[in-house]
Write a protein that binds this ligand. Structure first.
Ligand SMILES: Cc1ncc(COP(=O)(O)O)c(C=O)c1O
Length: 334
């Protein structure tokens, strides 16, 4: 198994370190506000990138089969989720994808609900697209966050909510939703005709006896769900700007496809190209970071969790939530 290699990213125009003084107005903080890592990417990814550059022609590509296969195999192996190849679409990042979904599923002025505190781009996606932001606060019981289902349903009904952006696992509270919780959220959404945009980007960071369950596996109403996930957190590839969009329903997929025609981004060159590399990237990547992270000491794991489930630009989350964030102290944890 490969070693995790720490890399000092300061003074490399890395946003997490080099952008944080501008963000927080203070020098010398530990950068725990961006969910990327100070570890090198897997060697096989570095090798594939080198080969790509050495090849010397960076033209247009088609998406290699290995790219689809890698994702389909990963979901099957880790989550017992059987994704069909035709369900897959792409976006240059999860944030781009959920913004596009809001645009395609709702109209200006429609209400969209999120559970707060939450990763701040969820809030921005609603307001920037001129939709009405509805929040349902998670309940903090001694640091363990749970869902107030009555509040969630009441807000949906009172505001005629059209879409819900679900964070599963949830950033920043670090909850891996239990099957019963997911089921109940999805049932409420089904009862009131609410689309569910399920951001599962943190799906691989689940520790101990917790089990991550894809939203698709917790409901029969697949026409109401759109899932987005990415290799970027798991393998530290955020700069590659690539995400997988899973849309099982044919009509929703057609909607996505016609929306995407207006944006005209169909493939994500860099990351998708790497899966064609002779170094057999998909298989090797399966064993890298997530498995390494499981071997860390509990304290280090906790720190990593705080990095991943970072507190999302505190000002935003605070203004939309009555809860204290568990990550307020993350800057002083180390
Ligand atoms: C819940 C969640 N979704 C999405 C993202 C970012 O995804 P992307 O870089 O693919 O847009 C993050 C990054 O921290 C996140 O925490």
């Amino acid at each position: 198994m490969e070693e995790l290699i720490y890399v000092d990213r300061r003074n490399s125009n890395c946003n997490k370190w080099d952008g944080q003084t501008a963000m927080f107005g203070e020098e010398g903080l530990h950068a725990m506000w961006v969910a990327d890592m100070d570890f090198k990417i897997p060697q096989c990814v570095q090798k594939a990138l080198h080969e790509y550059v050495d090849f010397g022609a960076i033209g247009y590509y088609r998406i290699p089969d290995g790219y689809y296969d890698a994702f389909i195999n990963w979901e099957k192996k880790h989550f017992n989720f059987e994704v069909k190849r035709e369900w897959l679409r792409f976006a240059p990042g999860v944030v781009a994808a959920f913004n596009w979904m809001i645009q395609m599923l709702t109209k200006k002025g429609d209400a969209v609900i999120v559970m707060t505190p939450v990763y701040y781009p969820f809030l921005q996606a609603v307001t920037n697209n001129e939709r009405k932001l509805i929040t349902s606060d998670l309940v903090n019981e001694n640091g363990n966050y749970t869902i107030d289902f009555d509040d969630f349903e009441k807000k949906i009904v009172d505001n005629d909510v059209k879409a819900f952006i679900l964070c599963s696992p949830h950033n920043p509270v670090g909850r891996v939703w239990r099957k019963e919780e997911l089921k109940e959220m999805l049932e409420i959404c089904h009862r009131h005709h609410v689309y569910v945009i399920s951001d599962e980007i943190h799906q691989d960071f689940v520790f101990g006896d917790k089990k991550q369950t894809p939203s698709y596996l917790m409901t029969e109403h697949w026409d109401e769900i759109l899932t987005i996930t990415a290799p970027s957190k798991t393998f530290n590839l955020a700069g590659g700007q690539n995400s997988f969009v899973v849309i099982a329903d044919e009509n929703r997929r057609a909607k996505w496809d016609s929306h995407i025609k207006t944006i005209a981004i169909f493939i994500i060159q860099l990351i998708q190209k790497l899966f064609f590399s002779p170094c057999n990237l998909p298989c090797k990547m399966c064993f890298f970071f997530t498995h390494q992270i499981f071997l860390l000491e509990p304290r280090d794991k906790r720190l990593l969790c705080h990095t991943f489930f970072q507190f999302s630009h505190s000002n935003f989350s605070r203004s939309y939530s009555h809860q204290d964030s568990p990550c307020k102290s993350s800057a002083t944890l180390l």
